[in-house]
Design a protein around this ligand. Structure first.
Ligand SMILES: [Zn+2]
Length: 430
């Protein structure tokens, strides 16, 4: 049978219909509503590059009008369902369903902003559309034992990992060159697989006092401002990860492909608004993390760091292979951050205990763990997008595909369409 992504792809040539015109109008209301909520909640809108005419034309009220927003969301969801209740193409049904999923997240975020919180798992489902797996402490202990066997030196696994990692901290005065080199390479590899608009580009800036390690601020017109936080030490692998994640084929490419394929070609105005706490972020973060491995398959990442980035940084390459093996094993441990977030936000773990977990199981430095807790406090269940999102994207892209070219092709599809999480999961179950 046709996989869902093929089904949507094949329907790309659908003719203009009544449902489409109705959806176009409702998409305008969707954007207006999102921008209006964003007038109050400063983290609601991650990017917007649509027309100025859809921005709120009055100043905000003294009080956050949560109930009015919830009523508007409910009503818009009903209108969207009605718009495709008659004759509608597969693509129109998908578009309506995609907006409906996003609006479910709007409602949850409005409730959160007025101070009403669900438990962690319900919040993650309402915002991102997924049921997140749970892991026990014994799972992480087992994974730690594997690291115990390969790490040199004396002390706990966390201490030995830090000792090894500390050899690969990029000196601050080399960060600019090292990041630009990594972004340049990621762009070159991405362009071997995707045709990108000629005018596309990214700027790079270093900032401080942020809860995140890097951020892509998409500006529209195929341009991104990438910011890298230098509050904490930056290890060599983070250069590769963050550069690729924020730019090529990560957030920058995802945003520009949506803009090119959906906003400009099909006039889908809804994609000009990127609401941060929405299922779109599961795809955004999952694809940005998965894309790092597409540009840098394991052996390539090691080679690039050894032959290019470490020499530029003036760092010795001794111990790099062991470090990268340890990093791969540590990857399996990053679900521990979800457990910290879940238990901390559900009131089952103190901040102190959370810091210990992050150091013992995620092998973070104490400064890294503090940063991670401040991220959890601000972004809450958003943390699941990085690991569970990546695993979902990986399974989707690699299922039924045997070679790397096939991965890039399906990855490109994922970055250029309105992907509903439930369809992504359904596709995997076949
Ligand atoms: Zn990201």
């Amino acid at each position: 049978m046709l996989k869902f992504w093929m089904a949507i792809f094949c329907c790309g040539l659908s003719v203009f219909s009544w449902s489409q015109s109705a959806l176009d109008k409702l998409a305008v209301q969707y954007v207006k509503l999102g921008l209006h909520i964003g007038q109050y909640d400063g983290d609601f809108v991650d990017a917007y590059y649509g027309p100025d005419s859809l921005k709120p034309n009055s100043s905000k009220a003294d009080q956050f009008p949560a109930e009015a927003f919830l009523r508007k969301i409910k009503s818009l969801r009903q209108k969207i369902k009605q718009a495709v209740s008659g004759k509608a193409t597969t693509e129109e049904l998908n578009r309506a369903g995609w907006m409906d999923d996003q609006l479910r997240a709007f409602a949850e975020r409005v409730r959160m902003f007025k101070g009403q919180y669900h438990d962690f798992d319900t919040e993650a489902y309402e915002l991102f559309g997924v049921i997140v797996p749970h892991h026990t402490e014994s799972y992480f202990k087992n994974e730690l034992e594997k690291l115990d066997k390969i790490l040199p030196g004396k002390g706990t696994v966390a201490e030995r990992f830090q000792q090894l990692a500390n050899r690969f901290i990029v000196p601050p005065d080399k960060l600019d060159t090292v990041f630009k080199t990594a972004i340049h390479y990621s762009r070159k590899i991405t362009k071997e697989h995707f045709v990108l608009p000629e005018s596309e580009h990214c700027s790079l800036e270093f900032v401080k006092d942020k809860p995140w390690s890097g951020y892509n601020w998409y500006q529209g017109n195929y341009f991104s401002k990438v910011e890298i936080n230098t509050d904490v030490n930056i290890f060599i692998e983070r250069v590769v990860d963050v550069a690729s994640h924020e730019s090529y084929p990560g957030h920058h490419v995802y945003n520009l492909l949506l803009e090119e394929n959906l906003y400009r070609r099909k006039h889908y105005v809804e994609v000009s608004l990127y609401p941060l706490f929405s299922p779109q972020s599961l795809i955004a973060e999952g694809s940005a993390n998965y894309g790092v491995g597409l540009v840098f398959p394991e052996e390539e990442r090691l080679k690039f760091c050894k032959e290019v980035l470490l020499p530029i940084s003036g760092l010795d390459t001794l111990g790099l292979s062991t470090y990268f093996t340890a990093l791969d094993l540590r990857d399996k441990l990053n679900y521990a951050r979800n457990e910290v977030a879940r238990q901390f936000l559900n009131g089952k773990m103190t901040e102190e205990e959370g810091l210990h977990w992050l150091q013992d199981y995620c092998l973070m430095s104490s400064e890294g763990a503090k940063k991670s807790i401040s991220f959890i406090k601000k972004y809450r269940s958003y943390v699941i997008n990085y690991n569970f999102g990546k695993d979902l994207v990986k399974r989707f892209v690699e299922s039924g595909n045997k070679n790397r070219e096939g991965y890039w092709k399906k990855f490109g599809f994922l970055l250029s369409h309105e992907i509903r999480i439930k369809n992504l999961e359904k596709d995997l179950s076949h």
